[in-house]
Design a protein around this ligand. Structure first.
Ligand code: C5J
Length: 237
């Protein structure tokens, strides 16, 4: 397979073009888990309509397929806790008035517990062999994980960020990444919120003030930027 050298591909983005470097980027899928996207999980227990997040699945499938076909790195994260809840602070466990708390039994197994059916990634976006899956106890992907080390070993300095929810785990991860020196491009139709107003404001906050946390672009613009690389071509890293 032909290999492409590291050359920036401009993605039409806000607040301006994002210089996508195929040799330094990774696609990150944040928490595309049944517990957030399917009935009976954590998201619904908090009173949310999980249907609000499902519009991300189809665009994200296309992004995932294109990124994989180029041999570019893909990482997944899952929010969840150990079965004994020793990694879940009481502040998180006891907050609010959900119909089911973290660790309670539900139709998809214990809510947000590692190893349970509901904790795993939805079938449509299931990881394939070689794609790291980062299990995180917090909202951000860096806190309490080896995410930073995995990215450093892979030579990643740019993150193309997707997943749910926009204003919680996506935002926290982008803020963590920004403080660690990563450039983040958030794909607006591949991130989702239960709240339309949070989706809008969450995206606006990222690219405001000259890109205070990063850039935002549509998946179509990301795919258009990758197009010159062709398909089924390995990218030299
Ligand atoms: C939330 C997440 N919303 N993955 N988690 O609690 O955004």
């Amino acid at each position: 397979m032909p290999a492409h050298s590291a050359q920036a591909l401009p993605v039409a983005a806000l607040p301006g073009p994002f210089p996508l470097n195929p040799a330094a980027m990774a696609l990150v899928l944040i928490d595309m888990q049944r517990d957030f996207l399917e009935p009976g999980g954590f998201g619904e227990s908090l009173g949310n309509d999980v249907g609000m997040l499902r519009r991300t699945i189809e665009p994200l499938r296309a992004v995932l397929a294109a990124t994989r076909s180029l041999g570019l790195p893909v990482l997944h994260t899952r929010e969840g806790h150990l079965p004994d809840l020793s990694d879940c602070p009481p502040s998180k466990l006891n907050r609010g008035a959900p119909s089911r708390r973290i660790g309670d039994p539900g139709p998809n197994g214990r809510i947000l517990i590692r190893g349970e059916y509901g904790h795993d990634i939805i079938d449509e976006l299931a990881p394939v062999a070689g794609e790291p899956v980062i299990d995180k106890p917090g909202k951000g992907a860096f806190y309490g994980t080896d995410f930073g080390e995995v990215l450093a070993v892979a030579g990643v300095t740019q993150l193309v960020v997707t997943g749910v929810t926009t204003e919680v785990c996506v935002h926290t991860t982008v803020r963590e990444a920004n403080d660690r020196g990563f450039d983040c491009l958030v794909l607006s139709d591949c991130v989702g919120s239960y709240f339309p107003e949070f989706q809008q404001a969450g995206l606006a906050m990222i690219s405001a003030q000259g890109g205070i946390f990063g850039w935002t672009a549509s998946s179509a613009d990301y795919l258009a930027a990758l197009a010159p690389l062709g398909s089924r071509a390995a990218v030299a890293r």
